[in-house]
Structure formats: structure tokens, C-alpha cells
Unconditional design. Structure first.
Length: 383
């Protein structure tokens, strides 16, 4: 990559910028921080239903989406004109962090508010926003994003799903199979990427109203077992012309730029889960006694807790710094082109935050499991 281009894309590497502009969680205004309190929703509503979620009780999961919608948690980044709260990215990321302890529900919810909603926010026409965003904001509908296919994972733009304009020119006929789609079995509307003769294009696909849309069986995952993950099957699905999202042949703009923001939100979800794991481990270490001593009084356990806190602090700093600069640059922008430019400018920071927060979560949970000993098998670290 040329030097000029690199500076444009990853400012933090060559240029440390001004410390005055660094955003940290302490910079939240009191009223902004209040939104974090609404996520006591996780403790009161989600955790008591964890068994139902883990066994894919879709009615319970839908009800939770509804309840989260009622208190505005799905509406943070949606404009008020479309049923949202217009509260911006920092608060959206704070909510994502607070959803971390919600385990599998947090994953479903994060997909809904991230890749499930943001494509309409950035790329939708006013008509599309009016039709879909109020329902997604209220939690009446659940959103999903279908890019990956059996032959197109990291190489996401190598998708085989096709979209061909029908004879009357009124709709596009979609055929193909998407894989690993979060919320596949519970979502009402999907952003689906398919190849037209002009290239990859994004389509809004409704599950009930458009015949030929179905979801496969739930994948049996290693963890986050309660989030729905399945194939999305598209058999001669006719999608009305007005349901093209963005421009024909420019679906990669939608796909990749939305993923930048989704990566950042996933960083926050992981950060929230890591904080929960540390809290649970410390609580347990205070209660559990061996050799007539609370575990927390052993130096090696204290060292583990300190090490976990250090890792979380670093990950938190990187993630909040990133959302701070993203928010600063997107503030007041309306056109998809301008928003996309900002998001692609911070692609590296978003990816780095996701990597760091995921690795910190991995490390912190492992240490939390060690501190719990055999009790880890029944502890509430929900992954
Ligand atoms: C729980 C879960 C939920 C998901 N939800 C969604 C969703 O909602 N919507 C959606 O569209 N997709 C979803 N995905 C799919 C996810 O985005 C893909 O798994 C991801 O893009 C990677 O693709 P892959 O799994 O096919 O791995 P592959 O692309 O086959 O990669 C396998 C390994 O090879 C490495 N690799 C690949 N290419 C290179 C290279 N050029 N150089 C070096 N290493 C390389 C990868 O890093 C990886 O380690 C989900 C996946 C999971 C597990």
C-alpha cells in the first residue's frame, strides 16, 4: 500500500493525534451514561431465561427482542424520523458492552442492531427506512445479514447466489444458499447479497412475505449455543425491485462497510463479557476457601485477577478510542457515500479492536475458569 493511502486508512499507526480527542468511558455525560442503566434489562430479563434461550425457545427469544425494543435498546442508531433515538455510535457501543453478559442473546441482539439494522440506516432509501426501521427498532421484527456461503467465507465476495431480473422487470429472482447466518431461524428480514450480471448486489428479503425463503436446521455450535445459526435457503425468491439496497453491482460497499462497524460492536460485546467473567471470578475467589484461606488471598490468584484487569483496561481503551473517532467523523453526515468513507477510514482500528477484545475475552475466560476449578462447570460464565 502506498504511504499516503496507508496514512489515510490507519491514522493511529503513523500519527498519534491529540490526547485531548481520545475518548474514554469516563467521558460519557451523565445522561448518556444513564442508558447503561437500562441494560439492567440483561440481569432482570435475560439471565432468568438463559435456559430457554440455550434450548432455542424462539418464543422466549422473540419476547426478549420485544422487551429490549420497548426500552429503546434496538433504536439507538436509528433516526427519530424512523422510530429511533438518534443517539449515535458511542452509546450504541456502550449498549453492546452491557449486552455482553447476555451470552447467546447478546450475540443475536448484536447482529440485529449491527448488520441487521445498519444497512438500512446507511444505504436505505427513505421508503425502505420507513418500511423496515420502525419494526426493527421496536423489536417487532428481527434483522439478519446473509453474506457467507459454503464457498465464500473470508473470500466473501466470491458468492454464488444469483439474482436475475424477471421477465416483466418487476423483481429479481434469487437462488442460492447462505451459511452460518445468525438469527436465520428467528429473523423476519434479511439483507442478502447476490450476484447480478453487474456484480454483487444487496437485497432486502422478507421471510414470510416472499415465497421460497427458508432456514435450515440449527448448527450445533461449540459455544453461544442459544443464538440461532443456520443456513438460509433461497429458491426462486422474487424480490421486488424497490428492495435493492444501495446500487446494483455495489453490494460490496454495503457488505464490507457494514462489517467494519459490526466488528467494532462485536469488540464491545466481547469486552462486556470479559468484564463479567472477571467479576464472577473475583466474587467466587472471595467466597471459596481452601487451606482455611479465601482464594482471593493467595498471591497467584491476585496476580491472575490483576492480569485480567490489565488486559481488559487495554482492550477497553482501544475500543472506546476507536468509537470516539468514528463518532466524531460521522457526526452530521447523511449521505451513504460520506458515511462509507469514514467507516473505511477506520477499518483497521475497528478490526484491531475486534481482534484485541476477542483475544482478551479468550484469555480472561480461561483464567476465570481456572479460578473456579471444578465449579467452572456450573458457573454462570455464559458463552
Ligand atoms: C457463530 C457464527 C455466526 C456467523 N454469523 C454470520 C452472519 O450472520 N452472516 C454471515 O454472512 N456470516 C456469518 N458467519 C460467517 C463468518 O462471517 C465466516 O465464518 C467468516 O467469514 C470466515 O469464513 P469461513 O468460516 O468460511 O472460514 P474460511 O474463509 O474457510 O477460513 C478458514 C481459516 O483460514 C484463514 N484464511 C482464509 N483466507 C486466508 C488468507 N488469504 N490468508 C491466510 N489465512 C486465511 C481464516 O482466517 C481462517 O482462520 C458466522 C460465523 C459463525 C461461526
Amino acid at each position: 500500500m502506498k504511504q499516503a493511502e496507508r496514512q489515510f486508512r490507519s491514522g493511529f499507526l503513523p500519527d498519534h493525534g491529540s490526547m485531548a480527542n481520545l475518548f474514554t468511558p469516563e467521558d460519557f455525560a451523565d445522561d448518556e451514561a444513564l442508558i447503561a442503566k437500562t441494560t439492567s434489562f440483561v440481569e432482570k430479563k435475560v439471565l432468568p431465561r438463559m435456559e430457554a434461550i440455550e434450548s432455542h425457545d424462539y418464543a422466549v427469544i422473540r419476547q426478549l427482542f420485544h422487551e429490549a425494543g420497548e426500552i429503546g435498546l434496538s433504536a439507538i442508531e436509528i433516526a427519530e424520523a424512523f422510530g429511533g433515538l438518534s443517539l449515535g455510535k458511542k452509546i450504541a457501543c456502550l449498549v453492546a458492552e452491557k449486552m455482553g453478559p447476555a451470552g447467546s442473546f447478546g450475540v443475536s441482539f448484536n447482529i440485529h442492531t449491527g448488520v441487521g439494522i445498519l444497512p438500512y440506516v446507511y444505504f436505505g432509501t427513505d421508503e425502505q427506512k420507513q418500511k423496515y426501521l420502525p419494526k426493527l427498532a421496536s423489536g417487532e421484527w428481527i434483522g439478519a445479514y446473509a453474506l457467507t456461503e459454503p464457498g465464500a467465507g473470508s473470500d466473501a465476495l466470491n458468492a454464488k447466489t444469483t439474482a436475475v431480473l424477471n421477465d416483466t422487470g418487476t423483481g429479481w429472482v434469487l437462488n442460492g444458499e447462505k451459511q452460518w447466518i445468525t438469527n436465520a431461524r428467528i429473523a423476519d428480514v434479511f439483507v442478502v447479497f447476490a450476484k447480478t450480471e453487474k456484480g454483487m448486489t444487496a437485497f432486502i428479503v422478507e421471510k414470510k412475505a416472499f415465497p421460497g425463503v427458508s432456514a435450515g436446521a440449527e448448527e450445533k455450535k461449540m459455544g453461544i449455543k442459544g443464538s440461532s445459526t443456520a443456513t438460509l435457503i433461497l429458491e426462486d425468491v422474487v424480490v421486488p425491485r424497490e428492495n435493492i439496497l444501495g446500487e446494483i453491482g455495489k453490494g460490496h460497499h454495503v457488505a464490507l462497510n457494514i462489517l467494519n462497524m459490526a466488528r467494532l460492536k462485536l469488540a464491545f460485546l466481547n469486552l462486556g463479557t470479559a468484564k463479567q467473567a472477571l467479576q464472577l471470578a473475583v466474587n467466587y475467589a472471595k467466597e471459596r476457601r481452601q487451606f482455611q484461606t479465601a482464594l482471593i488471598d493467595f498471591t497467584m490468584i491476585q496476580e491472575k485477577a490483576a492480569d485480567m484487569a490489565v488486559a481488559i483496561y487495554g482492550a477497553e481503551s482501544a475500543a472506546y478510542r476507536t468509537v470516539g473517532v468514528v463518532e466524531q467523523d460521522v457526526h452530521g453526515l447523511c449521505s451513504a457515500g460520506e458515511l462509507v468513507k469514514v467507516l473505511s477510514n477506520y477499518a483497521l482500528e475497528c478490526a484491531a479492536s475486534k481482534v484485541r477484545c476477542s483475544e482478551v475475552l479468550d484469555h480472561v475466560v480461561d483464567e476465570a475458569v481456572q479460578i473456579h476449578g471444578a465449579a467452572a462447570a456450573s458457573c454462570k460464565i455464559i458463552l
